[in-house]
Write a protein that binds this ligand. Structure first.
Ligand SMILES: [Zn+2]
Length: 364
């Protein structure tokens, strides 16, 4: 039995959080092809070197920043395996989304699992017979209790005649690479058959990927491009610089999806819209909103969310700044870019005010 004073210290300190053995040379492989599409799955592999003693403890994020809800992506994981060469390694679960692997002296370990990708939600992963989108938060494991400033390679294995679009730096051939886990999980992917084109806007590589193919096509695509490209200069002028070196807009149109929803990232966003919205200005307005988030809530954000942690909520009273000011400048950029006129701006702002006034206040 502990003396009282020591017992008190033990209670105050609480249970210690697990710390993984150090790992390095991390590479993630995501496979999506006609075969995995038929089962609506992504096949995920993670390879790494074990560079210290102890168990390797890996977790999947519980949420995607920007989508302020806890989801626990481990719920969509099956067929989890850990191997060293041909030798299976023992593992168990420490909590909902944490796996403890016993390397048993192995220096190189491979972890693999299947991810059920059937959630039409921009914070999650979804597939069709010829297409998938996914977020890094869904499928990229990180070592528990370790610094998240580790670089890693992401390879996407897919059909030769399918495409890949993402804000992540790299290519299908060479692989994609980012310098820390925060960036790795902040750049969602499109894989499969979809429309994909790009344009240089003020020297910036600007991309547009839309699914299904031929849905945003011809004059409606040209019209969207003319709205989209005109948003960059007025947004950059607010801050005098851009926080990205390329920008990628990823859009899924769905007949079954009511309305629209989009999720911001540092150099891209993923929108899911009803196909009935094609040709309507509100999609340009949502696009402008998500683009402005690259400045406000990604580069500059409430202190409570710096750095992001992926296993717990990070509540903040400042989302009205992150969302409200973003919404205001989204429509300001629309006027300054000549996408809408001042009457259109006033109509949009008064509609927003009405929506806020009609929404009952809720406690978060
Ligand atoms: Zn927003």
């Amino acid at each position: 039995m502990l003396p009282h004073s020591l017992a008190l210290i033990a209670i105050l300190a609480g249970p210690t959080e697990p710390v993984s053995a150090p790992i390095a040379n991390i590479q993630y492989d995501i496979t999506f092809n006609r075969e995995t599409a038929a089962r609506r799955r992504l096949a995920v592999e993670m390879r790494f070197d074990v560079t210290g003693k102890g168990d390797v403890i890996l977790s999947l994020p519980a949420w995607t920043p920007g989508a302020y809800e806890m989801t626990w992506f481990a719920r969509w994981v099956s067929d989890f395996q850990a191997t060293a060469g041909d030798t299976p390694l023992r593992w168990d679960k420490l909590d909902y989304d944490t796996w403890r692997i016993r390397p048993a002296g192995a220096k190189q370990v491979k972890v693999s699992f299947q991810f059920q990708a059937d959630s039409l939600d921009n914070a999650m992963a979804w597939t069709a017979s010829d297409f998938a989108f996914f977020n890094g938060t869904n499928v990229l494991l990180y070592p528990e209790g370790r610094n998240l400033d580790f670089g890693a390679m992401v390879r996407v294995n897919t059909e030769r005649d399918w495409k890949v679009a993402t804000g992540m730096h790299g290519s299908v051939e060479s692989g994609y690479r980012e310098k820390n886990f925060h960036d790795l999980v902040d750049m969602p992917f499109f894989v499969g058959q979809f429309d994909y084109d790009s344009m240089s806007v003020d020297g910036l590589n600007v991309r547009l990927a839309t699914y299904p193919a031929d849905k945003l096509a011809g004059p409606t695509r040209a019209n969207f491009w003319s709205q989209y490209r005109r948003l960059f200069a007025p947004q950059a002028a607010v801050f005098g610089e851009t926080p990205y070196d390329s920008y990628t807009t990823l859009i899924v149109f769905s007949d079954s999806y009511g309305g629209g929803s989009a999720l911001e990232h540092q150099n891209s966003h993923l929108g899911i819209y009803t196909a009935q919205g094609i040709g309507q200005d509100w999609i340009a307005s949502v696009t402008s909103h998500e683009m402005f988030h690259a400045f406000n809530v990604k580069r500059m954000r409430p202190a409570e969310m710096v750095p992001y942690r992926y296993d717990d909520p990070q509540p903040t009273p400042w989302l009205w700044v992150s969302e409200g000011i973003t919404d205001y400048y989204a429509d300001i950029a629309m006027v300054r870019g000549g996408v809408i006129d001042s009457a259109g701006f006033l109509q949009s702002v008064s509609q927003n005010m009405q929506n806020v006034e009609q929404t009952p206040p809720v406690a978060l």
